[in-house]
Ligand binder design. Structure first.
Ligand code: HEC
Length: 387
């Protein structure tokens, strides 16, 4: 590195951490402002001795952290409340609690990145890495086993001969006068630089283009990029109504789903038979679903003793002569289509669950109106099973 004859500062070495702390305190007391201390490892108490103020790096962190929070909140507000509002789980468009995790992450992201980049760019002055103390005997010593003080020539009190006496009196040795570096500038428009730059641009972009757009699409690969298709929610002039998304063909049935043919509240003349056998599993399923969906209004035992406290009209009992003689398919019909004020339970229950509930209603009816014969039959069956 070439140097000018302009003095950059004066450096002195010290032998022990005690001496460097003492020397630093004296330099501060003497009124020097533009100085620095170099030690091979962090020396405890040095911040106080140098009377260093807290770093200003935190302000960069604060500003960028707050900008991150503001940006992402605005972004989510715009996308989710203005540009494409969607109701998610019945929440308001601007659902702050749901936005907190993302806001937190972006705040942390911007704060940390700006801290690191800010430190390197503003404080270390990247990309400049030339520093007059580099390659001096002083720097070799303080990065090994010595402790050093360096007073810069831009200090208002800088006077070489006075500082020499002063530092020597503190125990300083190996005093070294450091000269400023010659400023090296590079011409960004020099033909050599420009031609290398253009060469790099051509090679990189050409190589990328050929490999990603040509080489990777050589037969037999076309990556399905070109195909006849319609993207969701886009338009199409292929269909006369201009829509890509088609309505299901009339009469389409979802897989594994058997449609119920009788719609509307009118009771069917030929109701479906109950396809399920009566066994313990079916009755347990029917009981569970009945207690979930029917008991709030019809009561746990079907007596019509609603738990709704007058918020919904009480239904009739399920133990009437009418219902006892109704076919299974009619009760099923009421569950699917509802009846007058009773709503449909088609969307909450599957066909199997509905038929199981019908069996359970039958069990309730039997339990409430058991005849002598039924009781005998019950006792016989259960004693035969040893229960
Ligand atoms: C929200 C309250 C409510 C719920 C829940 C409810 N029902 Fe009803 N249900 C009624 C009302 C009220 C009536 C009487 C409707 C009318 O006026 O025709 C009724 C009528 C009926 C009838 C016809 C009774 C008759 O005599 O005409 C049957 C059968 C029935 N419900 C079965 C069920 C089953 C099975 C469930 C469970 C899937 C169920 N209900 C759930 C309120 C309810």
């Amino acid at each position: 590195m070439e140097r000018t004859d302009k003095i950059y500062g004066l450096a002195a070495l010290f032998d022990s951490p005690d001496k460097i702390i003492h020397a630093t305190e004296s330099v501060v007391k003497e009124g020097y402002k533009s100085f620095d201390v170099h030690t091979p490892y962090p020396v405890h108490g040095m911040d106080n001795a140098m009377k260093l103020k807290p770093s200003t790096l935190g302000y960069i962190t604060l500003v960028f952290g707050l900008s991150g929070a503001a940006f992402i909140l605005l972004f989510m507000y715009w996308t989710m409340s203005v540009n494409y509002p969607m109701i998610i789980g019945g929440k308001p468009y601007f659902a702050l609690p749901a936005f907190i995790p993302v806001t937190f992450e972006v705040t942390v992201l911007l704060a940390t990145l700006s801290t690191v980049i800010g430190m390197i760019a503003f404080y270390f002055k990247f990309p400049v890495n030339a520093y007059p103390l580099n390659e001096t005997n002083y720097m070799k010593a303080v990065s090994n086993d010595k402790y050093g003080v360096f007073i810069k020539s831009d200090d208002p009190k800088f006077d070489e001969s006075k500082i020499r006496v002063f530092l020597t009196s503190l125990g300083g040795t190996n005093l070294e006068l450091v000269y400023d570096l010659k400023k090296v500038t590079y011409d960004p428009f020099s033909p050599r630089f420009i031609s290398v730059l253009v060469g790099v641009i051509i090679v990189v972009s050409g190589g990328t283009y050929v490999s990603l757009n040509k080489a990777m699409y050589l037969p037999p690969f076309n990556w399905m990029e070109y195909q006849f298709r319609g993207n969701p929610q886009s338009s199409s002039d292929f269909f006369s109504d201009g829509r890509v998304n088609r309505m299901p063909v009339k009469g389409s049935v979802a897989r594994g789903f058997i449609p119920y043919e009788f719609t509307g509240v009118t009771l069917p003349e030929n109701p479906l038979p109950n396809p399920l056998p009566v066994d313990e599993k079916v009755l347990q399923l029917g009981k569970r679903k009945y207690l979930t969906f029917c008991s709030p209004c019809h009561g746990d035992y079907g007596d019509g003793d609603s738990r709704m406290r007058g918020q919904f009209p009480n239904p009739p009992s399920l133990h009437t002569e009418k219902l006892k003689t109704w076919a299974d398919g009619l009760i099923y019909h009421v569950i699917v289509n509802g009846q007058n004020v009773m709503p449909s339970y088609a969307h909450q229950t599957t066909a199997e669950e509905r038929w199981a509930m019908v069996h359970y209603v039958r069990a309730l009816q039997l339990a409430k109106n058991a005849s002598e014969g039924d009781i005998d039959r019950f006792n016989k069956e259960f004693s035969a099973n040893g229960k």
